[in-house]
Design a protein around this ligand. Sequence first.
Ligand code: NAP
Length: 239
Amino acid sequence: MRKERVALVTGANKGIGLEIARQLAQAGIHVIIGARDEGRGRAAVDVLAAQGLVADYLRVDLDDLPSAEAAAIRIKAEHGKLDILVNNAGIFDFADGPPGAASIDAVRRVMEVNFIGTLAVTQAMLPLLRQAPAGRIVNVSSSLGSLTLNGDPASIYYSQRFIGYNASKAALNLLTIQLAEELRDTPITVNSVSPGFVKTDLTGRGILTPEEGAKCPVQYALAGEENGSFVEADGKTPW
Ligand code: NAP
């Protein structure tokens, strides 16, 4: 068994996830690129290798839950534990929208991936996180998942009516709260971390680069006395 800290980052083949993987690898963590497509996952490993960084690939598809169980079996065999789980994979669907008009299929897809898929990956990895001396779970959330900001007419997020996406991130935040409580007697911490508004394929626009957006999730993946919180770069976000 290897001794170094091991991290699994889901949706790590591009965007914020690839940057989280890169920054964790730079910090000396043994990174596993979780991706649903083998070609895209291995291409990400090659991108990091070209920068002198070593990473592995494992197929983790949030739409195919046995893939998470198979990944856990592989991680157990090779490492015996998992120190860091970054639940980054997520989707946005343009057929989403306000409650009165959003496509139900789109809402279901977004909830399935962003919430149920993430919950299932977390359950699959939990026994391995329990084997680590100080497990860290980072749920990559969004200010759009803040019930407080959704209900605050003064908030810049007030007008962003995506019932599926926003509900999926609010549900993810509930996972953070309940899991942190469930694990309170263990060294594992669980936090929701918002990367900010990042220009990726998911948004098509944004203020931050993926490199900038990855910084806060990486910070909480590496350290973190914080537990059961919803945070972003400039402090705590209201639930
Ligand atoms: P992105 O560039 O579109 O990357 C999304 C990643 O998730 C890709 O690797 C994608 O893989 C993967 N993914 C999608 N469905 C999956 C599935 N079923 N199983 C496994 N992986 C899957 O988007 P991003 O902006 O970096 O988003 C990363 C996370 O940050 C998401 O959870 C998003 O909600 C969150 N976030 C983003 C922003 C922002 O401003 N960008 C703000 C707040 C929160 P494929 O390449 O195979 O599709």
